[in-house]
Design a protein around this ligand. Structure first.
Ligand code: ZN
Length: 498
C-alpha cells in the first residue's frame, strides 16, 4: 500500500461515515419536527440499513488493514492525520471487540427497553421496568470488559462518555460537592423564598418566539448557519460547522423555561459552529465529550445567562416584549427570580445550585449497580433515601423518582456524571477568562463577542483533535472542584443573604 493512496482512502472512509451520519440525523430531525405521527415504520427501515452499513464499513477487514498500515506510518503523518487514525482505530477495536450476535441482541433490547420504560413511567410502576433494566445492567457489565478489561467495569463505561474520568476522580469531585453544597442548600431552605410569581403569568408563545430570535442575536448565532425549531424536548443537532439546528419548547406559563433552553442549546451550537474547517467531514469534528459539551452550554446558560450583568443587559428588551407582564418588575427582581433555589424532584428542572446533587444520586446508584453491590429491585429505596438526604425532598412516586430519566433505558450507564463535570469545568473557565479580559464589562453592555472568542480559541476550534483532558487543561488548568463550589457558595451566599 502506498502512503498517499492510503491517506486518500482514509479521507474517503471518513466522508462515507459522515454521509451515513448525516442521513440518519436528517431522518431523526424530520421525525421529531415535521413528520406525520404515524410514519415511523418506514424511517425505521431506512435507519436500520444506514446503521448497519456504517457498522459494516467501520468493522470491514479492509478498514482494519488500512488503519493498521497508517498506524505503522505514524512518523510520516501530520498531527491531524495521526489523531484521525488513533480515533478510528479505537472505534474499530471497540466495535470489532463485541461479538456480532450480542451487539444485535443488545440493539433489540434497548429498543424494547425504551417502550417498557415509557409504559413504566406513565404508570409509575418500577416493577415493570426492573426485569429489562436487569438485562441492560448485565450487558453493560459485559461490554465494559470488551471495551477495556484492564479497568473496573464502571470505569470502562465512564471512559466512553468522558475519556479519562474514573471513579477515583469522580469520588473526589462528588465528595467536595456533597461536603460544600449540601449544608449550603439546607441553609437556604431556612431563608424566606424568592418571589418568582411574575415568571408564571401568561406569556404568549408567538411573542416568546420573537424573544428567542432576539436571544439568538445576543449570542451572535448566524441564522444562515443555525436555525431554531420547536420540539417537545429541546436539543442541538449538528451536521457540520456550517449547519447546526437547535430547538426549544414554549410554555406559556413560564417565560424563562424556553429562554434558558435557547441559551443552553445556543451554547452547544456555538461549540459546533466554532470547530475548525480542516476537521470537517472527519472523525475529529464534533464536540470532544459530553462533559466538555455541557461545560459550554451551561457556561452560557448559568454562568453568563444567570448573572446579574447579563440579566440587567437584556431586561429592558425583555420588558419591550412583555410590557404588561413585567410592568412592575425590576432587573434585580428578575435576577433573583431566575436564580431561585428550590430543591425539587426532577433533574431537568433543577436550579443551578441543586443540579449536581441530582447527578450525584445517579452516580452513586450506577456505581453500585455496575459493581454488583446494589440489586435493581432496590433502586427506588436507595433513590428516595438519597433524595431525602441531599435535597431534603420526599419522592412521592417512581415516575418523579427513579423512572424520570430515559438514559438507563437507552443503555447509557456512566453518562450522568458528565452533566455535573461540565458545570465544574465552566466555573474554572470563568476564572481564567477573567484573567484575560474584562468579561463582565462586555456582558454588562450586552455583548458576548469576547466570551465567545475566548471559548472558541480555548475549546471550540479543536473539535476532537485533542482529548477531553487536554482541552480541559487548556481552558481550566488543573481541575479543582473547589473552584466550582466556591463560585456557587459566593453567588448564593449573596443572593440569600446568608
Ligand atoms: Zn445540554
Amino acid at each position: 500500500m502506498e502512503l498517499n493512496s492510503a491517506l486518500e482512502q482514509l479521507g474517503l472512509l471518513q466522508k462515507k461515515l459522515y454521509a451515513y451520519q448525516t442521513a440518519s440525523s436528517s431522518l431523526y430531525l424530520d421525525s421529531v419536527t415535521v413528520a406525520p405521527k404515524d410514519t415511523s415504520e418506514g424511517r425505521g427501515v431506512a435507519l436500520g440499513i444506514l446503521a448497519g452499513e456504517s457498522q459494516k464499513l467501520m468493522t470491514a477487514p479492509e478498514t482494519g488493514e488500512l488503519l493498521e498500515f497508517l498506524a505503522d506510518q505514524k512518523e510520516n503523518l501530520s498531527f491531524v492525520e495521526q489523531r484521525q487514525v488513533e480515533e478510528l482505530k479505537r472505534s474499530y477495536d471497540r466495535l470489532s471487540g463485541i461479538p456480532a450476535d450480542e451487539y444485535m441482541d443488545y440493539a433489540m433490547l434497548t429498543n424494547e427497553a425504551s417502550d417498557v420504560w415509557h409504559r413504566a413511567k406513565e404508570t409509575s410502576d418500577f416493577s415493570l421496568f426492573a426485569p429489562v433494566l436487569e438485562k441492560l445492567v448485565a450487558y453493560n457489565r459485559k461490554f465494559a470488559g470488551y471495551y477495556d478489561s484492564s479497568k473496573k467495569p464502571y470505569d470502562a463505561l465512564l471512559d466512553e462518555y468522558e475519556r479519562g474520568a474514573d471513579m477515583a476522580f469522580l469520588d473526589t469531585f462528588f465528595e467536595t460537592v456533597r461536603e460544600r453544597l449540601v449544608p449550603l442548600i439546607h441553609a437556604i431552605g431556612e431563608k424566606p423564598q424568592i418571589d418568582d410569581s411574575f415568571l408564571h403569568l401568561h406569556y404568549p408563545a408567538e411573542v416568546q418566539r420573537k424573544f428567542s430570535d432576539y436571544l439568538m442575536e445576543v449570542m451572535e448565532l448566524d441564522r444562515g448557519h443555525c436555525t431554531i425549531g420547536e420540539t417537545e424536548h429541546p436539543f442541538t443537532l449538528e451536521f457540520n460547522n456550517k449547519d447546526v439546528r437547535i430547538t426549544t419548547n414554549y410554555k406559556e406559563d413560564n417565560v424563562v423555561d424556553s429562554m434558558y433552553s435557547v441559551i443552553h442549546e445556543g451554547g452547544h451550537a456555538k461549540y459546533e459552529l466554532g470547530i475548525r474547517d480542516d476537521l470537517q467531514y472527519t472523525c475529529l469534528t464534533g464536540g470532544v465529550s459530553m462533559g466538555v459539551h455541557e461545560s459550554q452550554s451551561r457556561f452560557y446558560e448559568n454562568i453568563i445567562g444567570r448573572s446579574l450583568p447579563f440579566v440587567k443587559a437584556i431586561f429592558p428588551k425583555m420588558q419591550e416584549f412583555f410590557p404588561e407582564q413585567l410592568k412592575h418588575v425590576t432587573a434585580e427582581q428578575m435576577y433573583r427570580a431566575v436564580n431561585k433555589v428550590q430543591p425539587s424532584l426532577i433533574r431537568t428542572e433543577a436550579d443551578e445550585l441543586t443540579y449536581s446533587l441530582h447527578v450525584m444520586v445517579r452516580y452513586e446508584i450506577e456505581k453500585q449497580l455496575i459493581d454488583g453491590s446494589l440489586e435493581v429491585k432496590d433502586i427506588p429505596e436507595v433513590w428516595n433515601r438519597l433524595y431525602k438526604e441531599y435535597l431534603g425532598v420526599d419522592v412521592p412516586d417512581d415516575r418523579r423518582g427513579c423512572l424520570q430519566d430515559s438514559h438507563w433505558s437507552g443503555g447509557s450507564f456512566g453518562y450522568f456524571p458528565s452533566y455535573a463535570l461540565g458545570s465544574a469545568y465552566g466555573a474554572q473557565m470563568l476564572c481564567n477568562m477573567e484573567k484575560d479580559f474584562p468579561v463582565w464589562e462586555e456582558v454588562r453592555a450586552g455583548k458576548l463577542t469576547g466570551v465567545s472568542a475566548w471559548l472558541k480559541e480555548k475549546v471550540h476550534q479543536y473539535g476532537s483533535l485533542l482529548t477531553p483532558g487536554e482541552i480541559v487543561k487548556n481552558a481550566c488548568g488543573d481541575f479543582d472542584p473547589t473552584v466550582y463550589t466556591d463560585y456557587l457558595t459566593e453567588k448564593y451566599t449573596k443572593l440569600y443573604d446568608l
